[in-house]
Write a protein that binds this ligand. Structure first.
Ligand code: UDX
Length: 428
């Protein structure tokens, strides 16, 4: 099929490349001309494992191309909307990019009025798909479908090719049939429903996953005073098939482009309809205070952090991404610097972006270098490079061998035996 994808961020680019891999002819659209040029030369503007290589292959096979002009997609049977819906100042989703995309689609339709499916993949407040269908009603051959994505950064391509489920919100059988043809190679359960249900499934999924994390983070605080081990507790809980093991890892809190933004957008949406989601409010509160709580634990060990060198390992909001949006590392760096600590930080990809926000920290190019002369080291993001380390060398280089493992990813027992002081999150 001929497909256009508006927006070439994480979601749009991954969607475009995965559809090309499935044999469709894809045109990726973005307003950013520099980005389009970069993509046309086979270079991904985002760090996502495997994406660069597949992008080059698809360009080589002429399965994908890029442009700033949607009007080049005259023959497209399907137009995906994958633009950002960032958090506006009031916490609501900012839909200005979506509105611009819909206008472009209406112009395309005027030039080439063919039967076409508009697929909204961007995360949008409940009711947006219906509103879009209304606003495009004059273009009577357009069908609007809500098809939320569940891609995780770091394994987005794998998730696009092996989705856990395909959610399609539509009000026409023709639209559903086109979506079935489009995704015919994918094996996943389908939920065919209304656009509003599809939109809420997306918000609810992210809010629920965020809630599991905050629940475990609160339990970690309790574990710290009880002398229990939250990693053993989560393992025991996760064996219950009603609970399952995923997203029960306590740590320094969740970050990223989705959980923080989608939870606030859902709260705002509920408020607008006179409903209070008290549980979700608490989920966000716990997440905001988790990095602060963690650094308070460190401050109990080193009451005066002033002038003390502290190593910070990992800055991206999670491993295998260069994304620092809402990364817990930002709160941790702010807390350490406010206490007067000298920070030496390492991240394999995200250091440059963080350096722009925290120019006073020192950024090293090898993980072990961050530990030199440090009074403590904090693991914030569990990159493999930050977990598999030469501990013998590190022990010799640290001023005080104090390890604060914000992801419970360092081998605590071994490290204690090797003479380190080790503190994880919620571990006795
Ligand atoms: C998330 C959703 O998983 C995905 O379905 C959605 O489409 C976009 O948002 P992503 O933001 O890429 O994906 O990352 P994810 O793997 O979900 O992790 C989010 C945050 O939660 C990270 O900061 C991670 O470190 C943290 N996390 C995750 C925990 O603290 N504990 C866990 O057990 C799991």
């Amino acid at each position: 099929m001929k497909v256009a994808v508006i927006g070439t961020g994480y979601v749009g680019l991954t969607t475009a490349v995965s559809l090309a891999m499935k044999g469709h002819e894809v045109l990726g659209i973005d307003v950013d001309a520099a980005k389009i040029e970069q993509l046309s030369n086979g270079r991904s503007p985002i760090y996502e494992p495997g994406l660069d290589q597949v992008l080059l292959e698809m360009l080589g096979q002429s399965k994908i191309r890029f442009s700033t002009k949607l009007l080049e997609a005259k023959e497209a049977q399907v137009v995906f909307v994958c633009v950002g819906t960032p958090e506006a100042a009031d916490g609501e989703a900012d839909l200005s990019y979506l509105h611009a995309a819909l206008q472009d689609i209406a112009s395309l339709h005027e030039h080439s009025p063919v039967e076409r499916i508009v697929v909204i993949k961007s995360t949008v407040p409940v009711g947006t798909g219906d509103w879009a269908a209304d606003s495009l009603r004059r273009c009577n051959q357009l069908h609007v479908v809500s098809n939320p994505e569940f891609l995780r950064e770091g394994c987005a391509l794998e998730d696009a090719l092996n989705p856990s489920r395909i959610i399609v919100g539509a009000d026409s059988e023709e639209a559903v049939a086109v979506m079935q043809t489009l995704y015919s190679g994918l094996s996943a359960p389908w939920v065919i429903t209304t656009r509003a249900n599809a939109e809420l499934i997306k918000y609810a999924s992210n809010a629920y996953l965020a809630a599991r994390i905050s629940f475990m983070n609160e339990l970690a605080r309790l574990s710290t005073v009880l002398g229990t081990d939250v990693t053993v507790v989560s393992h025991g809980m996760g064996l219950d098939s009603r609970i399952g093991p995923q997203f029960l890892r306590a740590g320094v809190g969740y970050g990223g482009s989705c959980f923080p933004k989608d939870t606030i957008a859902l709260l705002k949406l509920a408020n607008q309809h006179g409903v209070t989601l008290g549980l979700l409010e608490k989920v966000r509160e716990v997440n905001a205070s988790q990095p602060v709580w963690f650094i308070e634990q460190l401050a109990q060990k080193i009451p005066d952090l002033s002038g003390k060198r502290i190593a910070v390992l990992g800055l991206a909001f999670k491993p295998d991404t260069d994304d620092i949006r809402e990364a817990p590392a930002l709160r941790i760096l702010a807390a350490l610097q406010a206490a007067g600590a000298v920070v030496s930080a390492y991240d394999p990809i995200a250091a440059k972006a963080v350096a722009a926000l925290f120019p006073d920290a020192e950024y090293v190019t090898a993980p072990e270098a961050a530990f030199v002369g440090a009074y403590a080291a904090v693991l914030v993001t569990e990159w493999q490079e930050c977990v598999k380390l030469d501990w013998k060398l590190i022990k010799e280089q640290m001023e005080r061998p104090l390890l604060f493992d914000g992801r419970n990813a360092w081998p605590g027992d071994e490290l204690k035996k090797a003479g380190f002081e080790y503190q994880g999150v919620g571990r006795s």
